[in-house]
Design a protein around this ligand. Structure first.
Ligand code: SAM
Length: 221
């Protein structure tokens, strides 16, 4: 038995994924009003990401069920104790990662989110899942909140915030990555600079595309 597959978490995730499935941002006027080009530009922008995510603040934008399960398995299989997450939203990915920490005997998960209403929902979900004690949610732009007070070593990273910032967030965390640490980057195709970095043979990573639009990388340096 695992925390992931037993209640309260199993039922909670069923409900959250069901809600996410019927909540497409594309139907929201503030998003639908954007042309495909403008949407693509905002997705890759290093400066306008607050505008984009402000429009998306009522949407979970969660990892898929498959990616959630992958996160749990990677964290569990490696006996991970320290996790940093960029992009909390409603906490669906966070729940998977915290469940793995629980089943590994404990640990520390730092996650980051700048939309206060999302932070409130994530806290509620983590409390309902019985996992809030393992999670520190840092409220504000991750460029600032993840620049201080990090664990000495980091075992696993999830990158799932503004795509253009993936290289910057990696810069903040890289010196603390344990050799063998996994970095999971969701929707990494929208971050070509990040992909070039983790796939570049001289940059200290092994990396491969995995599943639907996930880049799975391992620190070897
Ligand atoms: C794709 S969603 C995260 C989904 C979440 N990982 C899950 O699976 O449940 C991205 C989130 O990152 C947040 N975000 C984007 N850029 C950020 C930044 N620079 N700092 C903090 N939060 C950010 C957005 O507000 C949004 O809620």
């Amino acid at each position: 038995m695992t925390t992931l597959t037993t209640d309260p978490l199993a039922s909670l995730l069923d409900r959250l994924f069901a809600e996410a499935a019927v909540s497409s941002p594309m139907t929201h006027p503030a998003v639908a009003a954007l042309s495909p080009d403008e949407r693509a530009r905002l997705m890759r922008s290093r400066t306008d990401y607050r505008d984009l995510y402000g429009r998306l603040k009522d949407f979970p934008l969660a990892v898929s069920r498959e990616t959630g399960r992958l996160l749990y398995m990677l964290a569990r299989g490696r006996g991970v104790r320290t996790v940093v997450e960029f992009g909390t939203s409603f906490g669906i990915s966070t729940l998977h990662l915290a469940a793995a920490l629980r089943d590994n005997g404990g640990g520390r998960l730092i996650t980051s989110e700048f939309e206060p209403s999302k932070v409130a929902r994530a806290r509620d979900n983590l409390a309902a899942g019985g996992l809030i004690d393992l999670v520190e949610i840092r409220v504000g732009d991750a460029l600032q909140t993840l620049s201080v007070d990090l664990p000495e070593t980091i075992d696993l990273v999830l990158l799932d915030g503004a795509k253009a910032l993936y290289p910057d967030i990696l810069n903040l965390l890289e010196s603390r990555l344990r050799p063998g640490a996994f970095i999971v980057a969701d929707n990494a195709d929208d971050s070509p600079d990040y992909l070039a970095r983790v796939r570049g043979p001289a940059n200290g990573y092994l990396s491969t595309p995995f599943g639907e639009d996930v880049e799975l990388s391992m620190r070897i340096g």
